[in-house]
Design a protein around this ligand. Structure first.
Ligand SMILES: NC(=O)C1=CN([C@@H]2O[C@H](COP(=O)(O)OP(=O)(O)OC[C@H]3O[C@@H](n4cnc5c(N)ncnc54)[C@H](OP(=O)(O)O)[C@@H]3O)[C@@H](O)[C@H]2O)C=CC1
Ligand SMILES: CC(=O)N[C@@H](CCC(=O)OP(=O)(O)O)C(=O)O
Length: 348
């Protein structure tokens, strides 16, 4: 058994980590921090954990956390910048669910996150924790930047086409929908029931902070520049990301049949436990992944025209955050990659 800690246990990704880790055969959660709830039993705040976890929130303390084999950060941006270095120095591996180490250029990070980067010296060793792309680097990493929710759904959808050189790289449009839990647990007017239910709207139309993260990943895969239009929407559901991903097929790819495009996706993800390429003609639903670490994908070519449309769904709190974080932990410590992640999605 390894000992793990969680910094920021009261948010949705923190409690989702606990839901998964209490079922993990190789992990003992020994510390969970909250400054505002220190001393309160975790199961008093989250009754779904009653009978599964006998632990109270505590103040973040670097020495206590440093006794863990790994520490997850489920905190707002900027917190891991300050605490990662002292933990790494004590030999503790760090898995950060925030965006602190996702973007390789600290100036680009500062532009999109409106603050100076607090630990640029750690960026060279931080590994972007998308296992379907970086599994080998994750094995040896000390510091993982867990991808954001939209970036996970969008990259997994586009990667097979980009790797195979099948789409024009200046033609990408990602039309994405998120459930409200993506905005976190903090009180915000836009997350109120009367504001978010029975309605849907676009936001960050002129640029969302996930744009540079997605572009960085797609450009790495393409080894060339990529032009992406990314439009996020808030939808009246609690969990889920639905990404409709469009692109123009290259002239050569337009000579391929849909079945051949489907085969590209099936081959790319044949060995991946957590990516399900659905049969031709499928429309993946967010509820088919709710509570599970799966990404379900379907590829379409409407009217057999010049455009491809990939549909990609994940649960923002699982494959989009805490489940992917546990998948990284499993790879780092040599556990079965699906340890603690065998949940079947909750449907209906
Ligand atoms: N919600 C989602 O779908 C996704 C979220 N993420 C990212 O995961 C991270 C966590 O998000 P979410 O779960 O929504 O959490 P919240 O932002 O709602 O909660 C943050 C947690 O961090 C703690 N915290 C805040 N400030 C500090 C600090 N300075 N030092 C130590 N602890 C602190 C809080 O507890 P306290 O203040 O009591 O200490 C709280 O437990 C964010 O970076 C978010 O962007 C990533 C992917 C998806
Ligand atoms: C619905 C909603 O508000 N979603 C969040 C994204 C989810 C998230 O928290 O992503 P990070 O991990 O990059 O912070 C947003 O658009 O800001």
């Amino acid at each position: 058994m390894i000992k793990v800690g969680i910094v920021g246990g009261t948010g949705y990704t923190g409690v989702e980590l606990l839901r998964l880790l209490t079922q993990h055969p190789e992990v003992d959660v020994s510390v969970i921090t909250s400054r505002s709830e220190a001393g309160i039993p975790v199961a008093d705040m989250y009754p779904n954990l009653r009978g599964h976890l006998d632990l109270a929130f505590s103040e973040p303390d670097v020495d206590v956390l440093g006794a863990c084999d790994a520490v997850f950060f489920a905190t707002p941006h900027g917190v891991a910048h300050a605490l990662a270095a002292p933990l790494l120095a004590q030999g503790t591996r760090v898995i950060d669910l925030s965006a602190d180490f996702r973007i390789k250029d600290p100036q680009i990070w500062a532009h999109w996150y409106n603050q100076a980067h607090g630990a640029p010296e750690l960026l060279p060793e931080a590994v972007y924790g998308l296992p379907e792309v970086n599994r080998n680097a994750i094995k040896d990493a000390r510091l993982i930047a867990v991808p954001g929710c939209y970036p996970t759904a969008v990259q997994l959808g586009y990667l097979p086409l980009i790797r195979a050189g099948l789409i024009a790289l200046d033609s990408l449009i990602a039309d994405c929908k998120s459930g409200v839990s993506g905005a976190g647990r903090g009180a915000k007017v836009g997350s109120l029931l009367c504001e978010a239910s029975e309605s849907m709207k676009a936001y960050s139309m002129n640029g969302h902070r996930h744009l540079p993260e997605i572009t960085q990943g797609l450009q790495e895969a393409a080894q060339s520049s990529v032009n992406l239009l990314f439009m996020p929407h808030l939808t009246p559901m609690i969990r889920g990301i639905h990404a409709s991903l469009y692109a123009t097929l290259t002239p050569e790819a337009q000579r391929m049949t849909l079945a051949e495009l489907q085969a590209v996706f099936e081959q790319t993800y044949a060995q991946e436990t957590f990516v399900d390429v659905m049969p031709l003609g499928s429309a993946p639903e967010t509820r088919s992944v709710r509570g599970s670490n799966m990404c379900r994908i379907a590829v379409h070519r409407p009217q057999e025209g010049a455009h491809v449309c990939v549909l990609s769904v994940i649960d923002n709190l699982v494959k989009g955050a805490s489940g992917q974080a546990v998948q990284n932990l499993n790879i780092m410590f040599g556990f079965a990659e699906d340890a603690g992640l065998k949940q079947v999605a909750l449907l209906p």
